[in-house]
Design a protein around this ligand. Sequence first.
Ligand code: MTE
Length: 354
Amino acid sequence: MVVHEEEPFNAEPPPGALADQLITPLEAFYSRNHGPVPHLDAATWRLVVDGLVTQRLQLSLQELRGRFPEREVVATLQCAGNRRAGLIEVRDIPGEAPWGPGAISTARWTGVSLADVLAEAGLRPEAAHIAFAAPDVSPLADPPQPYGASIPAAKATSGEVLLAWAMNGRLLPAVHGAPLRVVVAGWIGARSVKWLQRITAQAEPSGNYFQAVAYRLLPAWADPSQAGPEEGISLGPAALNCAILRPGEGARPAPGPAEVTGYAFAGDGRSVARVDLSIDGGRTWAQARLDKAAGPWAWQHWRTTVELPEGEVEITARAWDHTGAVQPESPASLWNPQGYANNSWARLHLTCSR
Ligand code: MTE
């Protein structure tokens, strides 16, 4: 793993570790934390569901597993800071980790559907948002506070949002949210709250720092230290994105045919329709082959063979979704002061010599 920070622990796999694996092995799954990892005792842990509900619930893990049908969803989690390094090349972003293209991973999640739990609690008509609370206190928040987030009730009741206790057939490791986490399929990872303790139905979005202040897209000219709550665009559905996983940056392959592989991810309710590759800076393109997806909420891997010339080569990749939208060309046009949502064309530099 490429470790950006030991405390809080933030690490991503090198791109090659994500290649050819539709489901990311646990040891290669990226980790994104804002505070120390809590170690909760699953036996005494309880989940509270309250707020604008007709019936407050308090559930042990055993009750949750026994009372609701078990669901499995293959879903990709992508941090809003994925590929921030490309924005930092445009202009520095002090205090934020320079994530490469590995702040994204895919697991087979097992749990219950949040929709089923909310149906049991009975959402009142005024319940427009579902807020999640966790115990990990982040010193990065202003003021320091436990991590939290919210999603609109329409997404929360859509069926694909899970309360998960296992990934890839194993109980969640502490670092990924044991004993229970939210998995908001198709949305930025920040809303998939780990170490979940409380679900609150409310009329307004969460006032937690990580919903009201962070994970909002500010204009390039804004000063984040001066930005008030609710400024900028609250990030929700993940942006269409792609990356090249193999060969690796700076590789020195021989000229001639070479296989290029990568991932593309379309986010909430959209699917990847096409991935194009160019070896002449985007003047001409060839279409890559899409591998079969592991499910509607998962990334797609793609591959193609390109004919590498001798010398310095830049390989460019861009994805299209089924609405006809394509990734933007340049990171400069996307630069924002916290470095979120870089979904510009992927670029890889090689030196080809015999
Ligand atoms: N939940 C809590 N309680 N604390 C956190 O710091 N980080 C969020 C989200 N859930 C976070 C959290 C962010 S920004 C991301 S991208 C994902 O968890 C990362 O999940 P992972 O570490 O399992 O990959």
